[in-house]
Each structure stands twice: as structure tokens, then as C-alpha cells.
Design a protein around this ligand. Structure first.
Ligand code: DLL
Length: 430
């Protein structure tokens, strides 16, 4: 099913022409922001110098630090009286990033969400429970208005009170839910604990954090639904940047609204199709806060074109963030690799936590792993065998010795929003 078949399937010259037109518009719009005016002047570039899509390579990157320096409204290209909504990122490191939206921006954003939700098969008559934070986080209102645009019956349940969420799913005949994969796992855990099935659920939309294929299988099995990956970031609009279609194997990114490049995060060189690197996005229709070549920090690749659904070129699932990468005794480790290993082991339960310390100048990684109930009360000897098996499996994938501690089911923190499973206690990280 398509929400906007023409735009969703636009390809070839027709797409390039539209992208170029919108890119010129975006550069002109960005030139109204003093930061970009100066940048473009310094680079000696005017909007008319961009004659082909590839000319974008002449423009400098924008990074999160630039946006922080513009706090709060320094990146707005329209007067404040045209900005009708503001969101911010959570700002765990330093000042949050502020994003503003004009009326047209909000319409475009809803259009994107409507495309995504229609693509997976949601339509009028479906009941949608939106179990994410409804405040400054873009996941709440972003999905809310897109779902209403299609005509779904929307339950703005937000986060928290897991038992009540489960009750609502059953009482209201909810067919589709949206939350972080971590929270979905918690929902499954609590539903099992209180012995409740969720028979009306069909679709799970999960995103806002990296999650593995093993996690998808687990969520699909335990919640008895089909799980779809949803990717986005506040600096674009929020959720709705890229989304899986029922064919799976990658996410469709909306090429009429976003120009995508993949670069080597170390050198900034552009990489080719199939090569993994950092995704750089230039939004093509953002009015209140245009951005040029924004470095997302997210690691992915452009996949070969030609999805059976007829939509445009996909990106691979996000495998981590360039700034998520941990350097442990000189070896690069992505938290997503740890998650992947742990979720494929039958003895491992719901949660894990990773702690990194520097002990006598040496990095030590300790992984606390919750076990499944049926294994936790086993013989000491068996527990020791399991611990070795986990350590070996991690060593195979990470190339690194780790300290694995098995802990009781239910003893590690649960997350309602984005999970924070890695705690780096070293003073200097490299
Ligand atoms: O997380 C927007 C969103 C809300 C996306 C709801 C999907 C669903 P931020 O809080 O600005 O925005 O965080 C953006 O989260 O750069 C990625 O590192 C990460 N992220 C988001 N979606 C995924 C995903 C929202 N599906 C940052 N897989 C991004 C992996 C994701 N990482």
C-alpha cells in the first residue's frame, strides 16, 4: 500500500531533477542563517554553483557541535513567528539541540510518517498505541500526527505504567504499537509475568535506538507481531527519515526529502554503494531549520537499488554510531556487537549492562548478563560453564577478553525510552 505512490517510487532523472531543484532551494534558505552565510562565503559558493547533485561535495559538513553553538534559535532561517513548534534532543552531553518547525514542516513530517505507516499495511480501522515520551522527544507528537493523518485510532499512552499499557492494548483491541525496542522487551516481560496474552497485536514499530536482528526475532516471538525498524533523528524532523517495508532487508529513505551520502568518518571521503560508513543527510524541504550535509554519526550503507515493493534505494540497518564506538585496549567495539552475541545465546535473559574501567592503565570491560530463570538456579558447575560459553562467544566476535558476570533475572535496570546500557567509567576514553 502506498500513501503517495508518485513520490515514494520516484527514480532516475525525474528524481534527480527534483532533488536538484530542492537542493538549490535549501541552500538559498540556509543562506538566511548567519552561520551558513559565512560558511558559504568562506567556501566561495553561491546557490547557483550547485548545478548537479554531486556538487554537494563542495559544501562543508555541519556537525552537532555547530548546532549547539547556535543554541537556542541560531539555526532558524525564518522569523520566530513562523516557527509553530519546538523540539529538543535530550542533551545528555552539554546543551540540547533545538529544532524548530514551520506549519509546512509539520505537514511534511506528518506526510513522511503517513507514508511509513501505510507502507507496512496500517490503515483506517487500525488502533495504534504510541508508547513513547510525548514531550520534547520527537517520537511522541511526530508519530501521533502522522497516524491521525492516515485516520488510525490513536492512543497517546506515552511511557510508563506498563501494566496499564498492557491492559489498554487488550481493552482497546490495539493492532499496532510504537516504542523503543528496549521498552517492547519490557512489555513482553511484564505481560508474561502477569500471564496476559496480547492477541490483537499485529504490527510493532520500533526505533530511536540501535537493535539487532536477534532482538527482532525475540520481540516477534514473544509479542506475536511483525516488527518494523524505524529510524530518524530530531535534526531532520524526528522519526520518519527511514523505515522498513514488508520486504525487510534495509530501510527505505525518502529521497525526495533527504539527500543521502555515506562517508568515511575519519577522512570525510565519500564511499560507494555497499560500503559502510557515517551517513550524512541534507534535508531538501526543511523550512525553519535547513541543514547542509549534516553528519548524523550513524553507521550504515546504501544498498543496491531494486526493492520488490518498487520504492527507492534503501539504507542498511544502523549498526552503531561513530561516537558509540568504544576503544578497548586498542580494539574497536560497537555495543551492537555485544547485544547481537548475547541475544543469540539461549541462556541469556532480558537485559545486560556494560561497564568499562581503567585498572592499572589497562581497559577492562565487564558485562553483567541477566540469565533466564530456568538456568539461574542451576548447579554452580553449570553456571560456570555458561559463563565460559558467553565469554568465548564474545571473544570470537569482539576479539577481546571480557569479564562476564551472571546476574539474577530482573535485577538490572529496565528502560522506558532509549536504553543506556554502556557505562564508561574511564577518565580518558582513548
Ligand atoms: O530518536 C527520533 C526517533 C523517534 C526515531 C522515534 C525513531 C523512532 P533523537 O532523539 O534525536 O531522535 O535520536 C536520534 O537515535 O542519530 C540514531 O543514533 C538513533 N536512532 C534512531 N532510530 C534508530 C534506529 C529520535 N532505528 C539518534 N536504529 C540517531 C538505530 C537509531 N539507531
Amino acid at each position: 500500500m502506498f500513501w503517495n505512490r508518485k513520490m515514494e517510487t520516484l527514480k532516475g532523472d525525474e528524481l534527480t531533477r527534483l532533488q536538484l531543484k530542492r537542493l538549490s532551494w535549501t541552500i538559498a534558505q540556509a543562506s538566511k542563517v548567519p552561520f551558513y552565510r559565512k560558511r558559504l562565503n568562506n567556501a566561495g559558493i553561491t546557490p547557483s554553483d550547485v548545478r548537479s547533485i554531486d556538487d554537494i561535495g563542495k559544501l562543508p559538513f555541519t556537525v552537532k557541535g555547530d548546532l549547539r553553538e547556535g543554541y537556542p534559535f541560531g539555526f532558524f532561517s525564518v522569523p520566530l513567528n513562523r516557527v509553530i513548534r519546538i523540539h529538543t534532543t535530550s542533551g545528555t552531553t552539554g546543551k540540547p539541540t533545538v529544532v524548530g518547525y514551520t506549519r509546512r514542516d509539520l505537514e511534511n513530517w506528518s506526510e513522511l510518517i503517513a507514508r511509513n505507516m501505510t507502507m507496512i499495511g496500517l490503515k483506517e480501522g487500525d488502533v495504534f498505541q504510541n508508547m513513547v515520551n510525548y514531550g520534547l522527544f520527537t517520537g511522541g507528537l511526530g508519530f501521533h500526527y502522522g497516524a491521525e493523518k492516515i485516520g488510525l485510532t490513536v492512543i497517546p499512552s506515552a511511557t510508563g505504567n506498563t501494566k496499564r499499557q498492557i491492559e489498554m492494548i487488550n481493552d482497546f483491541g490495539v493492532t499496532s504499537i510504537h516504542c523503543t525496542p528496549s521498552y517492547a522487551l519490557h512489555i513482553a516481560e511484564v505481560a508474561e509475568e502477569i500471564g496476559v496474552e496480547l492477541p490483537t497485536l499485529k504490527f510493532g514499530i520500533f526505533g530511536a535506538e540501535a537493535w539487532s536482528e536477534a532482538m527482532r526475532r525475540e520481540l516477534e516471538r514473544r509479542l506475536k507481531l511483525t516488527a518494523f525498524d524505524s529510524y530518524g533523528l530530531s535534526e531532520m524532523y524526528g522519526p520518519g527519515v527511514a523505515f522498513e517495508c514488508p520486504e525487510g532487508d534495509g530501510l527505505h529513505i525518502w529521497h525526495d526529502m533527504y539527500l543521502v551520502e555515506i562517508i568515511d568518518p575519519a577522512t570525510g571521503e565519500r564511499l560507494g554503494e555497499g560500503e559502510s560508513g557515517e551517513m550524512v543527510i541534507t534535508p531538501l524541504v526543511k523550512e525553519a531549520m535547513p541543514l547542509i550535509r549534516y553528519r548524523t554519526g550513524d553507521i550504515t550503507k546504501l544498498m543496491a537499488d531494486g526493492c520488490a515493493c518498487g520504492r527507492g534505494q534503501k539504507i542498511g540497518r544502523i549498526t552503531g554510531r561513530s561516537d558509540d564506538m568504544l576503544v578497548i585496549r586498542g580494539i574497536n567495539v560497537f555495543p551492537s556487537q555485544i547485544e547481537h552475541v548475547l541475544r543469540s545465546l539461549p541462556e541469556v535473559g532480558e537485559q545486560f549492562m556494560v561497564y568499562i574501567d581503567r585498572i592499572k592503565y589497562l581497559d577492562e570491560m565487564t558485562i553483567e548478563v541477566e540469565m533466564k530463570k530456568e538456568y539461574f538456579h542451576g548447579e554452580l558447575e553449570d553456571l560456570s560453564k555458561i559463563q565460559h560459553r558467553i565469554t568465548d562467544a564474545l571473544k570470537d566476535v569482539l576479539g577481546l577478553r571480557t569479564n562476564v558476570r551472571l546476574v539474577e533475572p530482573g535485577s538490572l535496570p529496565r528502560f522506558e525510552g532509549k536504553a543506556r546500557r554502556v557505562i564508561d567509567r574511564r577518565e580518558s576514553k582513548l
